[in-house]
Structures are given as C-alpha cells and as structure tokens.
Design a protein around this ligand. Structure first.
Ligand SMILES: [Zn+2]
Length: 452
C-alpha cells in the first residue's frame, strides 16, 4: 500500500525549486536525529572523533586518486564563480569526503603513536544524479554519516571493518530493518577501494543499498602521501578504511518496510509520536475526562506523547494516529475513570487491554515497546525472507527480477554476467560453487537483484 501524500508531506517536501533536493520536516528529523545519535555515540565509543569538514573541495585535491575521480566525475557539482570573479581553481561540492579528509590525515599523522586515527562526520553530500531522482532514495543532496580511519597495518584495518559491521548491525536491528551484507563484485566496488561490503535491504522487491564499508588498503594513502614512522624509525604508508550509512535511505526503509494497510508503523524508539492519548468525551463530564487524561500524559511524558484534545470524534482520532504510526494508544472515558482504569491499544497488533491507570509508568510502557519492536522485526524478517529466491535458468532470473534477492550460479566471464545484468545487478558472489546458469561451466553462487 502507498503512503498518503498528505502524510509524506509531514516527513519531507520535494517541491523545492532544485530537483533532487529535499526539505526534511519535523517527523523525519525525529527519526533521522535519533539514528544519528545512536550511531555517533557508538562510533565515538569505538574511538572515533567527530569532525566537520568544509563542503568545498579544490579540483586538484578531488582528482588526486585517479580511480576515485573516475567514479565520481559525472556526478560532481562544480563552483566556478564567486561574486563577480571567475575562480582560478574550480571547487567541488563534496560528493564524499575521502579526498579532503586524507589531505588533513597526511598532516595529522606523523608517528605510530598517532594511530589508529578514526574520525566521523554527519553531513550532506552532493551528487549530480542523472538518473531520475527519488525522494530519500536517490537525491542530489543526501544526509549521511561518513567514517574515515587510518591504521598501521592491514590486520588493524580488518578489525576495524569487523567493528563497524557490529555498529551498523546494531543500528539496523534497532530500526527493525532486515538486510544482507554483500561483498560487491570487483566491477562494482567503491572507486579506489580494495573491497566494498554493502548492506542491502529489500523495498517493494527492489534492492536498496543502505550502507557500505570500504577497505581502501594503501591506494589513497599513497595518493595523499599519508605515512607514519614506526617503532624502528621506518616510514610506512597507513591503511585506510571508510564507511557510511545513508540516513535518507534508512528513513525510506523504515517508512516502507513497516507500513501496513492502516498506515505507518515505527520501531518504538523512532516513532515521531510514540503514544497518543484519546479522551472519550461525552456530554457533561468533559473536563473530568480531560483532566484524567492530562494526568496520564504527565505519567508518560518521558516519551513523545500527544493528548489529542481536538474536537474530532474518537474514531477519527484513532484513524488519524494509526496512519501516522503512533505505536501505543491510550483511551479513557467516564467509565474508565470510575474504575480508575485506561484502555491501551497496540498499533502493531490492534490488541486492546484494560489496565489500572497507575500501571502507566515508564517501566511498563518500555515492556510493551520492547514487545512491539520484537513483533515488528519478526514481521519484517518474514517479509524479507519471502523475497529470497533461487533461479536455475536465465528465464527464471528474468521472471524473478524486481521481486527480491535471487541466488543463481554464475561464472566469472563478463559475457555471462552481461546476460544476467540485462535483467538485474549482481550484488555479490558467495564462495560456494555452483554451475553457471548461462554457460553451464563451473561458477559460484551469485546474489542478484534489481537495484534502486
Ligand atoms: Zn558462465
């Protein structure tokens, strides 16, 4: 089911005059800031220092690593004039920040004592997308967090990759987003990386890459001359890694994976409105009911809670808040007051329960929230697993493309790959052996899917 435009507008507006650049509004910023906070806390716990680099990159710096610039060349926004002057040196709007950050790493890193050096920043990056833009998924400006780290040797760099994997998995689990990690094939890795790990989820049958981790080995440290002096006085190149999740794509995943026929649903920690209180008003004793509800609100004000005092009918209010993903509804009317009770209704199951009003406290609400999250994850995983397929022929790949992730045997020949990639992309190759469905020779298990 599609999300109502009226509701989406509460999250973002894409009617701004620059195509592909979104206005994020309150509801989406609640979700995005929350994920940013969790991610940044975990990165900083793991030794990353926050930084904030300028958005502009001089042309010569952006072009220092040749493969890298080749990968981004067609996507860069350039600034060529300022005021009334033509600039001597073009300036790029950062499409990603390897080049400016590594320029500074070469000044900051001197000795083995400076390593590891880990930094991260949450920022917007700019890419002149020529494909059709899609809000949150393919934009010309998008929000992300990027981490960049330097190490003495490849073992430390590998350990960092494992650590970042854990931090990202933790974030995506919290968002109840199922995913697969794919090692991108050689032809699809990050420009300048020795390998790329990508987190792929499935939205409406298509594959959405929500984060990547790149091991850059020594390519960038050689281009940017980032060396350190080891314990014996030898000068060596550092090993670099970089990584980033896209906040926009994570938001798109949350909105689309958890929705149902009644509207949006959120992992409770991320719901723009976690609790809504609906007073059941009848003629005569409105003030008593409202006061009772206000007390309930006070008792749950540790959460994002709304008391809907508008003059709509209770039914209209239920409908309104269900669509917006308020994950717990508390109702109270004259009869409940008499029993010192409230009715609570879960957004995920619709289950109604009458409890005593003094049972409304943060601890009990957290218990309910935990169970809602568990249920959301279970539902999402089931939906994800329903989109995993095996294919034994080209025809099957053709038919399954756009419905999820397909496993099929594929060899290393470019001709065989091109046959498959006419229908869907190769997301990664597993180590397991399997006969190539195109030529019949020995191949590996390929994971295939139509990407956004
Ligand atoms: Zn083949």
């Amino acid at each position: 089911m599609e999300i109502d435009d009226e509701i989406l507008t509460e999250f973002y507006d894409n009617r701004y005059a620059v195509q592909g650049m979104l206005i994020y509004r309150k509801a989406s910023l609640i979700v995005v800031r929350n994920m940013q906070k969790i991610l940044e806390e975990n990165l900083e716990k793991a030794g990353h220092e926050p930084v904030l680099f300028p958005v502009l990159i001089p042309e010569d710096i952006l072009k220092k690593e040749s493969e890298h610039i080749k990968g981004f060349e067609t996507e860069v926004f350039w600034i060529t004039e300022a005021g009334k002057n033509k600039l001597d040196k073009k300036l790029a709007m950062r499409p990603t920040s390897e080049t400016p950050i590594y320029t500074m790493f070469s000044l900051w890193i001197r000795s083995h004592k400076d390593l590891p050096m880990k930094v991260h920043q949450s920022c917007a990056v700019y890419r002149y997308e020529t494909k059709q833009t899609k809000p949150l998924i393919r934009g010309r400006e998008f929000l992300w967090n990027e981490g960049h780290s330097a190490f003495k040797n490849s073992e430390d760099a590998e350990n960092n990759v494992a650590e970042i994997r854990k931090i990202y998995c933790n974030l995506f689990d919290g968002l109840c987003i199922p995913y697969r990690i794919h090692r991108r094939p050689e032809w699809d890795k990050f420009p300048g990386a020795s390998y790329t790990l990508a987190y792929d989820t499935i939205l409406d049958g298509k594959i959405l890459q929500i984060a990547t981790i790149h091991n850059l080995s020594e390519k960038f440290s050689k281009a940017f001359d980032i060396t350190y002096e080891d314990e014996k006085g030898n000068h060596k190149f550092v090993r670099l890694t970089c990584y980033g999740p896209s906040f926009g794509r994570l938001l798109a995943s949350v909105l689309n994976i958890h929705k149902d026929d009644a509207g949006l649903k959120f992992p409770t920690n991320f719901a723009p409105t976690q609790i809504v209180i609906v007073p059941i008003l009848t003629k005569g004793n409105n003030e008593e009911v409202l006061n009772y509800c206000r007390k309930i609100k006070e008792k749950s004000d540790k959460f994002r809670v709304v008391l809907d005092e508008s003059d709509k009918t209770p039914g209209d209010k239920f409908y309104y808040w269900e669509k917006r993903g308020a994950m717990l509804r508390i109702e109270a009317g004259p009869r409940d007051i008499k029993n010192n009770a409230v009715v609570i209704v879960r957004r995920d199951t619709g289950k109604k329960e009458i409890i005593k009003s003094d049972e409304i406290n943060p601890k009990n609400i957290m218990e309910i929230f935990k169970d809602i999250d568990r249920n959301l994850m279970e539902t999402a995983v089931k939906k994800f697993n329903d989109c995993l397929f095996n294919a034994n022929s080209i025809d099957e790949v053709k038919n399954l493309a756009g419905r999820g992730i397909i496993n099929a045997g594929l060899c290393e020949d470019k001709e065989c790959r091109d046959v498959i990639e006419a229908y869907a992309s190769v997301l990664g190759m597993e180590d397991a052996e399997k006969k190539c469905i195109v030529c019949g020779k020995k191949g590996k298990v390929a994971r295939i899917g139509k990407t956004y």
